[in-house]
Design a protein. Structure first.
Length: 271
């Protein structure tokens, strides 16, 4: 097992990607602390962890927008578990909005949860990791942290911020033995994206625009997180790893296989 005797704090673990990471890390031997602003959702995941025989999971209700609340929750969790070896920042929200009409409160909320919340958790946990000899931090960014996504100005800005934060912290925390990396998922089916799937054509269109021809599953992200959190990635820090089926690798002018012929038909070959 890859995480025997390790402890892992997973924020946003009450749902979607965070839940899958909590269950996946527990299956690799880690003791898990589930942090979420929804106590009910967190308690359901703790019950699932207990049901699969996970080692004494811990639950803490916290809103990551508050630095003080984060520090209090991390203090509590570190007290119970003794130390924190791994932090995965999954707590996040996404807006879909128009730049001309987006209310300031919506912008501020997305930045507060996704970017400031990630920083507060990194800061609080890093203080403790430094005392105990190091650790690994994995931040959930997005493909929207590497390119600008339309109609998501706050989300794209926050996710670009998470990529920058990750690189900055990777430099500053390396001397304390703390690695910091980011994951940049494409479309992953979770409660956050479920509304897209109500349209029957969505998955077909996704299959055309994603080279690996399917939408992502939470397990795809959890396995990448496991790699970065574990000693398998002991020489990896400061990366922003896409988990997107190749979507970012090649952006055609035309979606799908038609893209190559679209360009080829307009190219001049020189002898
Ligand atoms: N689903 C995708 O397609 C996708 C793609 C790229 C990146 N991501 C990122 O992955 C992370 C997890 O997304 P998901 O799809 O699992 O979403 P989700 O909505 O299923 O889960 C998000 C969790 O975060 C918690 N949360 C929200 N605000 C919080 C706060 N202020 N304090 C504490 N907890 C809070 C929620 O209660 C929920 O349990 C997010 O950062 C998201 O931006 C998701």
């Amino acid at each position: 097992m890859l995480l025997t005797d390790r402890t892992a704090v997973v924020t946003g673990a009450g749902s979607g990607i965070g839940r899958e990471i909590a269950l996946g890390f527990a299956a690799e031997g880690a003791r898990i602390a589930v942090l979420d602003r929804s106590r009910e959702a967190g308690a359901v995941v703790v019950a699932e962890l207990v049901a699969v025989g996970a080692r004494e999971p811990v639950l803490a209700e916290v809103d990551v927008r508050s630095a003080a609340a984060v520090d209090e929750a991390i203090e509590e969790v570190a007290g119970v578990m003794g130390r924190i070896d791994i932090l995965v920042n999954c707590a996040g929200v996404r807006e879909i909005g128009d730049v001309y009409t987006m209310p300031a409160e919506e912008w501020e909320n997305v930045i507060a949860i996704n970017l400031s919340g990630t920083f507060y958790c990194c800061q609080s946990v890093a203080r403790r990791m430094r005392e105990t000899g190091g650790g690994s931090i994995v931040n959930l960014a997005s493909v929207g942290g590497l390119i600008g996504l339309s109609h998501r100005p706050a989300y794209s800005a926050a996710k670009h911020g998470i990529v920058g934060l990750t690189k900055s912290l990777a430099r500053d925390l390396a001397s304390a033995g703390i690695r910091v990396n980011a994951l940049c998922p494409g479309v992953i089916r979770t409660p956050m994206t479920e509304q897209y799937f109500s349209d029957a054509s969505f998955e077909q269109e996704l299959a055309v625009s994603v080279p690996l021809a399917r939408c992502g599953e939470t397990s795809d992200v959890a396995q990448a997180a496991l790699y970065l959190a574990s000693d398998m990635a002991s020489y990896v820090t400061g990366v922003a790893l896409p988990v997107d089926g190749g979507w970012l690798a090649e952006k055609s002018f035309v979606s799908g296989s038609g893209g190559a012929s679209f360009l080829a038909g307009r190219e001049t070959r020189f002898p």
